[in-house]
Design a protein around this ligand. Structure first.
Ligand code: SF4
Length: 209
């Protein structure tokens, strides 16, 4: 599986302290995408789902860190359907709050008539679907643009998400060995402005969806 980055605790891509996973590889190429570096699935990002789940087990079970939910984004998570299925099936032992972003609409996914997709729809708690449209980026909570739809597939999560969606949009910055990764739903001008300021100071900025 191609995994580009993993961060914890992410609090701006769903309720609680979440494990956020960015998968690489995306066929949609939405103009203005905040993560074009994730369109290509790079070889060095490959890890087996089994090894990844082992690491997660170590962090969350053996070291006792709390996990309130998981957010899977990218990239296009459904671009690696076989691995995505194994990943989600493995992660459901830690939480029933699994939020997945996809550039496909839910109708496009279901039209594929693929049993793995149908199975995943029973396990995913929340699916946020649709291409990113920069002109519709109006600062919606959890959505990059207002055409995207938040599908609450697990009714037991509805109250938690409805409460979360009333909060203001927030950005969270992580300092990593590679530099700063800014996570959350950014306004369209933010990327250009940040890049401009960073270039002037000789810094490299990475952004998360
Ligand atoms: S916004 Fe999402 S779906 Fe669209 S190109 Fe970027 S990563 Fe792919």
């Amino acid at each position: 599986m191609n995994i580009a980055r993993v961060l914890y605790p992410v609090e701006v891509l769903g309720p609680g302290k979440r494990l956020a996973i960015w998968l690489s590889g995306c066929p949609h190429h939405c103009p203005g995408c905040s993560n074009p570096e994730l369109w290509a699935a790079e070889k060095y990002q490959k890890i087996t789902v089994g090894k990844f789940l082992e690491a997660i087990h170590q962090i969350f079970v053996q070291e006792g860190n709390e996990i309130d939910g998981v957010t899977i984004t990218g990239g296009e998570p459904f671009f690696q359907l076989d691995e995505l299925e194994k990943l989600i099936m493995g992660l459901q032992q830690y939480t029933n709050d699994i939020l997945v972003y996809t550039g496909y609409t839910i109708e496009e996914l279901l039209e594929k008539n693929n049993q793995k997709i149908i199975k995943l729809m029973d396990v995913i708690a929340v699916l946020i679907d649709g291409r990113y449209m920069e002109e519709l980026n109006t600062g919606c909570v959890l959505r990059g643009s207002s055409n995207q739809v938040i599908h609450i597939l697990n009714e037991s999560m509805r109250e938690t998400y409805e409460k979360y969606l009333k909060l203001p949009n927030q950005i969270q910055n992580f300092i990593t060995l590679d530099g700063v990764i800014s996570v959350g739903i950014h306004t369209p001008g933010f990327n250009r402005e940040l890049k401009h300021k960073a270039n002037r100071k000789g810094l490299i900025i990475k952004r998360g969806e």
